[in-house]
Design a protein around this ligand. Sequence first.
Ligand code: ZN
Length: 352
Amino acid sequence: MPISSPKAEVHYPGNLAAVRSWFPDDAACLDYLDWLRWPDGFRCTHCGCEKGWRLPAGGWSCAGCRKRVRVLAGTIFQDTRTPLTVWFEAAWLMAVTKNGVSAASLQPLLGLGSYETAWAMCHKLRTAMGRTSKDLLSGDVEVDETFIGGVKTGGKRGRGAPGKAYVVMAVESTERGFGRCQLQVIPKIDAENLGQFLHRHITPGSVVISDALRSYPPAIADTFGHKPFNIKRSGLHAHEVLPGVHRVTSLLKRWLAGTHQSGVSAEHLQAYLDEFTFRFNRRHSRARGLLFLRLLEDAVNAPPTTMRELIKVPNPHSVKTPPPTRPVWPESLAAEPLDRPWRDIDRSELLP
Ligand SMILES: [Zn+2]
């Protein structure tokens, strides 16, 4: 269960300086993840027993089945060799900054040993973000399909181009503008795929606003209301009929082209859509640190993924999928304070 009504500076740090002072070492990070995983107290993942003893090195010994339950087992952090201090800083940058951060920028920023490590961290955090965007949209909801992604390889362009994917998107239309969105890669634009998307992301009884594509009426059936617009006949531009989805499409494309240099391949696009949705749906949240808490909360509830699962089907066009190399692990960010190393003279000489 998500932590209800968390407070700034009590349950989550308010800024990056607070992150660093709250979590100076891996033990502090581990304790925070322990609290996020079992906010109401320990519960054994093997037998469900609610009694256990804390182990000195972190984790629990179950009183029921006597098994050891590690805090990170069964989470995205399982078997990680990257220090938790590094994970926490990456999570902060991904959750809280306006455009997130790409693996290429994260690697030098955190002194990560390889691009592969940075890429896997970012992707695992995206997996966690995908878990959080499960809220159903409601009210008037604009729905449209588009064609997104594509690593530029100089070959075919347009619909048949490699690395491109169909994306269906839904955006709540509210009196004050746009509400939340949901985005999903679908294999084909037809009634079956559109229907699955609508049922998965929109509350029954909501009103779907769409263009006049023939696949919508059977996809909508009796579950939703429907306001179709024949854009050609209406004499309006598509962005006037469906302003929400057009706004989200242009923000998304700008983000993929900017932060990610258009290097996202089709088989990984869904994870990037999840990351975009995570931040877009929380764009009005003034408590930025709350996004950090929500991301880590989902990270301890998201199942682990291996590098092999992350890479999926190798695609020769996906330039941003790291080649398998010997992994190098980053240094922990925990550090003893240094005595102003930029002063190369003995500071005692400065004293009167
Ligand atoms: Zn147990």
